[in-house]
Design a protein around this ligand. Structure first.
Ligand code: NAD
Length: 437
């Protein structure tokens, strides 16, 4: 079996590499020449734990190659995945599908023999049918099927998520396409991964419904944290108490600064757009979107309040810039909302992130970056934790205190204990957790 993977980003590179690890021949295609040149030399364009070794092993084994030329890769392929970006468009959260449709036109020009064309990108309901229409229009003679196979991997744990997924969803309507997809995912049968075959539309909607549900779960616990702060309850215990109920489940119940990243914000908006367009508005999801947007601004207000009501002329040290740990992805990270607000109120920002500073430097201005967590704290008026990288979980607190000009810590990820922080002499603020006495 040979496949071509169009788009060599967070999803395409991980999926392509993992398929090659399963023994499939994979050609990863990207328009970005620099990226492909780098990959050919073993330079991984993103930070994703374990990916470098996997790319190296499979490249050396001759199963994984990289190119900017779709034609050569597509001609011999049994299946072509579209894994290009679907960023927010200009209109009301509608997904920008121009990269997907462009890829479809390019595929149409080059396929030979029966080919399955698979959208792995997150695409709104109806996109698969449109991809089908575009290819049919350009190549009435072509022998192909269009399949939807949304990706559920999480950045930072992408390889294990791909190799050991909770389920695989495949929207395929012909027996030929279903058989090919089943063969492609056959290595997962050994670990008994459920594979769900559906219609195209159902598969496309499953991806959005899943992300919207998770975003709702996060927003729900964040609202509980708001309430905990008013009534003196502890959101950690509330999360545990409800999460142990099997109907609810323990995951995605961590209160924090609001969800961010390359998927939840844009996917909730795209789902809400589709729902409005089809006269079936998803008001719950609309509320989640506006609450989450407002929440990030409220985090900045929380920080300002903890700094005595003003950050004018103050130095604020920020630990963590990426939207979550173990990735260099800065897309829609809460730090991109919080930091500019603090700056607009007169704060000077010094920041450190293990992997995100390069990308952050293009997205944030007037931030001074440090080489490690402690360097940025020197004479800072407050320390703010925005992302819970492991290396921030056990800071040397006496060193932190001696570096800060006042011992103020705002922990937006709840990684420290309020009572212990008080004992250490910090003015500590977290999310939805009171002191025990
Ligand atoms: P990305 O921006 O990291 O990568 C997209 C790549 O596609 C880029 O390298 C770009 O150069 C390339 N590209 C665009 N048009 C091309 C074309 N015509 N030919 C060749 N290459 C082309 O995006 P990503 O984060 O990998 O996301 C891809 C899709 O997967 C999106 O729809 C996203 O919503 C979805 N998704 C992302 C994640 C995630 O965690 N990042 C998880 C699940 C699903």
């Amino acid at each position: 079996m040979r496949i071509a993977m169009i788009g060599t980003g967070y999803v395409g590179l991980v999926s392509g590499t993992c398929f090659s690890e399963f023994g499939t021949n994979v050609v990863c295609v990207d328009k970005d020449e620099k990226k492909i040149e780098g990959l050919k030399k073993g330079v991984i364009p993103i930070f994703e734990p374990g990916l470098d070794t996997l790319v190296k092993n499979n490249t050396e084994a001759g199963r994984l190659t990289f190119t900017t030329e779709l034609e050569e890769a597509a001609k011999k392929a049994d299946a072509i995945f579209i894994a290009v970006g679907t960023p927010p468009g200009e209109k009301d959260g509608q997904a920008d599908l121009s990269y997907v449709y462009q890829a479809a036109r390019e595929i149409a020009a080059v396929i030979e023999g029966y080919t399955v064309i698979i959208t792995k990108s997150t695409v709104p309901v109806g996109t698969g049918r449109e991809v089908e229409r575009i290819i049919r229009e350009e190549r009435p003679d072509a022998d192909f099927d269009v399949v939807s196979n949304p990706e559920f991997l999480r950045e930072g744990a992408a390889i294990s998520d791909f190799m050991r997924p909770d389920r695989v969803v495949i929207g395929a309507e012909s027996k030929r396409a279903q058989d090919l997809m089943a063969e492609l995912y056959r290595p997962l049968y050994l670990i008994e991964t459920p594979i769900l075959f559906t219609k195209l539309e159902t598969s496309e909607l499953i991806k959005y419904a899943g992300n919207a549900f998770l975003a709702t779960k996060i927003s729900f616990i964040n609202q509980m944290a708001d309430l905990c702060e008013k009534v003196g309850a502890d959101v950690h215990q509330v999360a545990k108490g409800i999460g142990l109920d099997g109907r609810i489940g323990r995951k995605f119940l961590h209160a924090g600064p609001g969800y961010g990243g390359s998927c939840f914000p844009k996917d909730t908006q795209a789902l809400a757009f589709t729902a409005r367009e089809n006269n079936a508005p998803v008001s719950l999801v609309e509320d989640v979107i506006s609450y989450n947007d407002e929440r990030k601004r409220r985090m900045a207000k929380k920080i300002i309040a903890q700094c005595g009501g003003s950050v004018e002329g103050k130095k604020i040290a920020v630990l963590g810039l990426t939207f979550k740990p173990n990735t260099d992805d800065m897309r829609d990270s809460p730090s991109l909302d919080i930091i500019p607000i603090l700056q607009s109120k007169g704060a000077r920002i010094s920041a450190y992130d293990p992997e995100g500073m390069e990308e952050a430097s293009h997205l944030l201005s007037d931030v001074s970056y440090g080489k490690n967590a402690y360097e940025i704290m020197d004479k800072a008026d407050a320390l703010v934790i925005i992302t819970e990288w492991n290396e921030f979980r056990r800071l040397d607190l006496s060193r932190v205190k001696s570096l800060l000009s006042s011992p103020v810590m705002i922990d937006l990820r709840n990684i420290y204990n309020p009572d212990e922080m008080k004992e250490e002499g910090f003015e500590y603020l977290c999310i939805g957790r009171p002191l025990s006495a």
